[in-house]
Design a protein around this ligand. Structure first.
Ligand SMILES: *[C@@H]1O[C@H](CO)[C@@H](O)[C@H](O)[C@H]1NC(C)=O
Length: 454
């Protein structure tokens, strides 16, 4: 630490202060500010699993309890005062200096009040190597001294409580010490995002590079990849050194390039969400020889639109069976429950069971459609009432209603009365005519009536 120039110390301090100020303004309950009683540079320790592959033991993987003591300033560290829990091997205690305070986020603090939920953390040895990706390759041209790389490198992956935050950090510890410095951190606060169809959506990804590291001035690259059910594609790749976006950029996906260079804001902006955007997004930040990545989930959730057929419903007579269709369309994901309700004149609702659901179909835009066919036995429905189709979907519940009239039951409706008056008039006319023909000619009545009708 003695060869640290005053200038880089200053840089470091400035960055620390800036980031602490930013993080404490965005979340007032930040632990880095709340636990400042003893020392402002200390953050709560994070319990972690040390995961190691042992090539010598045929690739067996071990997982051991470890602890990360985190500080934002290496000089203020007082190792003696840091307690070492009895159940953790002192060899697996890491003293981490993280000037950006990314690892001080409150969602990584040990739970209080007997909560069983914990943040998740895994640390493992990291193998640095020049990137093989073609568009990243120019980064590793810079021939800096490999002495810097000759150290113990670790990568840590952390997930905050309630998925508030995901972090991936690359740390460097001078060989055979456990005093490691964060060199690169990539983090996201949008671990799991839901969005409606057609909306713009932001997938958060920020990174920080230790400004005192010789790797920091040599450029960076950002890559966003999409994965869904084993299939993947490149969404966007940007080389910060040459300021070039790879040709295979997906339409409607963009970065805020100014924020990227100035603040390490590598957030992906999808201008208009489509169903096919649902899946896992991986934000990878490349430095020469190092890279770190975080993954997040995006789910497009769009509730269905409902329509009823036939609409309006025809008049029914008691005992008649009506077939009514409820069509749900334009929804995603494919998770829908269709049911029917009937509200009679007494105002009480009840479920109707006699429905069958059709198979689903997918529209050009990736949304789904599905129908329910109801066979309605009108004899059980009194004079009628309100028929409702209910669609329960992760995006919300939707209802469509129509009114049903059953004629000839109980007191007649206006339509019924008019029909009856019509029938009565026709009958009256017929009787009049028949009685007139009988009295005038006295011949065969039936013949005459037939002729008249022809
Ligand atoms: C990153 O950039 C996006 C797009 O400009 C912005 O909406 C977002 O707030 C920025 N995030 C941070 C942490 O500054």
């Amino acid at each position: 630490m003695t060869d640290f120039s005053t200038f880089s110390k200053l840089c470091l301090l400035t960055v620390t202060c800036c980031i602490q100020a930013c993080s404490s303004s965005s979340s007032s309950s930040s632990s880095s500010s709340s636990s400042s009683s003893s020392s402002s540079s200390r953050c709560p320790a994070v319990e972690c699993w040390l995961v190691q592959d042992h090539a010598a033991r045929r690739g067996a993987t071990t997982q051991e309890k470890s602890l990360l003591h985190i500080s934002t300033d290496a000089n203020s560290r007082d190792a003696a005062s840091e307690q070492i829990p009895s159940d953790i091997d002192p060899d697996r205690i890491f003293f981490v200096t993280d000037p950006a305070a990314t690892l001080c986020h409150h969602s990584l603090s040990p739970p209080t009040g007997g909560s069983v939920q914990k943040a998740q953390c895994e640390i493992s040895p990291f193998l640095h190597q020049p990137s093989t990706l073609q568009w990243v390759a120019p980064l590793t041209d810079s021939g800096f001294s490999p002495v810097y790389l000759q150290a113990d490198w670790f990568s840590a992956a952390l997930l905050g409580l309630n998925k508030q935050l995901v972090i991936s950090s690359i740390m460097r510890a001078p060989t055979a010490t456990k005093e490691s410095n964060v060199i690169l951190s990539v983090s996201s606060e949008t671990v799991s995002v839901q969005a409606r169809l057609g909306e713009p959506v932001l997938l958060d990804c920020g990174f920080w590079v230790d400004p005192s590291s010789p790797l920091s001035g040599s450029g960076f690259a950002v890559e966003w990849r999409y994965q869904f059910r084993g299939k993947g594609r490149l969404v966007l790749a940007y080389d910060g050194k040459t300021d070039r976006v790879a040709d295979s950029q997906e339409e409607g996906a963009t970065l805020d390039f100014e924020g990227l260079h100035q603040k390490g804001n590598a957030s992906l902006i999808l201008q208009e969400t489509e169903v096919r955007h649902s899946g896992t997004y991986i934000c990878t930040v490349h430095l020469p020889y190092l890279q770190a990545q975080v993954a997040m989930e995006l789910e497009i959730v769009e509730p269905p639109s409902l329509s009823l057929h036939p609409s309006p419903l025809p008049l029914a007579v008691p005992g008649q069976t009506l077939v009514v269709q409820c069509e749900a369309s334009g929804f995603a994901p494919l998770s829908l429950e269709l049911s029917w309700e009937f509200k009679g004149a007494d105002g009480k609702s009840r479920a109707l069971e006699s429905a069958s659901v059709t198979g689903h179909r997918q529209a050009w835009d990736g949304t789904y459609g599905q129908s329910s066919l109801l066979e309605l036995d009108t004899s059980t429905l009194g004079m009628g009432g309100e028929l409702t189709c209910v669609a329960v979907h992760p995006g919300g519940t939707r209802r469509a209603s129509t009114s049903l009239s059953v004629i000839g039951f109980g007191s007649p409706s206006i339509e019924d009365s008019m029909a009856m008056v019509g029938v009565a008039l026709v009958l009256y006319g017929l009787i009049k005519f028949v009685s007139w023909t009988i009295s005038s000619s006295g011949t065969d009545v039936a013949d005459k009536v037939e002729k008249k009708e022809k």
